[in-house]
Design a binder for this molecule. Structure first.
Ligand code: PDD
Length: 287
């Protein structure tokens, strides 16, 4: 089956899909994106993703390309044409096509690209065995709350993780505290049984999965606090895990050369993973 991409109003074969060389996304990474999981023909927390997309656009002054109802219709059409029942949809919006000049062009139109592909959310092997993470300095800018397509520090961090045989790199700020992974949010469970993740400030992306897991934690009545935690605290924690659209709740069993807990996925992380799956099946935040 050939894949179909949506590019600025047209549905075209994926292999022929392209954007203009003066697209500001291509030249300046002047754009934003979303990745949404699809499970059993339904998008997971579509509403939260669209809200974050609208916010990202607004924070950098890119005009919404179409009303939300039209956007939702295109998303469904991209999923349908690619026959994706379980997988992900990728949405990218850039400021437009214009001769290269740093300042905003006067008359550019927001460019929209969407693709969808089949995928299993959360690699079952990693979920079962637990993931290894390394730590790297957080080299990013001061607005990590915006889901910008400018991902160079994230890419370099992830590559370092791959080369070290690890699943993810946790980025560490100048105070020695973990901000987040390169494409995931970071969590620990303290020896006292408290679930900890960093508050959603400009230092991290407020993950949609993070919000879902917080909802699940509240429902289950676990102890929870939003605060920074250091690399040392994470290494000494009882459990650690990470969350994202493509990783769901993935236990972390090793940070650099330190084994977390007993080196096996923690019971609380596994329970949260199970509860989160239940939350997804029940329709997420919209339920
Ligand atoms: N990444 N932090 C960063 C830096 C991210 O890029 C992501 C998502 C997350 C988790 O957010 P969410 O739960 O909404 O997926 C946290 C996506 C999946 C990506 O870039 O592919």
């Amino acid at each position: 089956m050939s894949r179909i991409a949506y590019v600025n109003g047209r549905y075209i074969p994926h292999r022929e899909a392209s954007v203009h060389i003066d697209d500001r996304g291509y030249q300046f990474a002047d754009g934003v994106y979303e990745v949404i999981a699809i499970e059993r023909d339904r998008m997971v927390d579509e509403g939260l993703h669209l809200k974050r997309l609208e916010r990202s656009l607004g924070e950098i002054g890119i005009a919404a390309p179409m009303p939300e109802a039209a956007l939702k219709a295109v998303m469904r059409e991209v999923i349908r044409r690619n026959r994706v029942h379980d997988g992900i949809i990728y949405i990218q919006m850039t400021r437009g096509v214009a001769p290269r000049d740093h300042a905003f062009p006067g008359d550019a139109e927001t460019q929209v690209v969407m693709t969808a592909r089949r995928a299993k959310p959360a690699n079952p092997k990693t979920a079962a065995e637990g993931a290894r993470v390394i730590t790297v300095p957080d080299l990013r800018w001061a607005r990590c709350d915006i889901k910008s397509i400018a991902l160079l520090p994230n890419i370099l961090g992830k590559q370092q993780a791959r080369e070290a045989g690890a699943y993810e790199a946790w980025q560490v700020d100048r105070d020695g505290n973990v901000t987040e992974g390169t494409s995931t949010n970071a969590w620990i469970v303290t020896k006292a049984g408290e679930v900890v993740t960093r508050a959603a400030t400009n230092a991290i992306l407020n993950g949609v999965t993070r919000l879902g897991v917080i909802r699940v934690i509240e429902r289950a009545g676990f102890r929870f606090v939003e605060r920074p935690f250091s690399v040392g605290e994470a290494k000494a924690a009882r459990e650690a895990f990470l969350t994202s659209t493509t990783s769901y709740v993935t236990p972390v069993v090793r940070i650099d050369d330190s084994i977390v807990g007993d080196g096996k996925p923690g019971p609380l992380a596994q329970e949260l993973g199970k509860f989160y799956r239940g939350y997804v099946e029940a329709g997420g935040q919209d339920a």
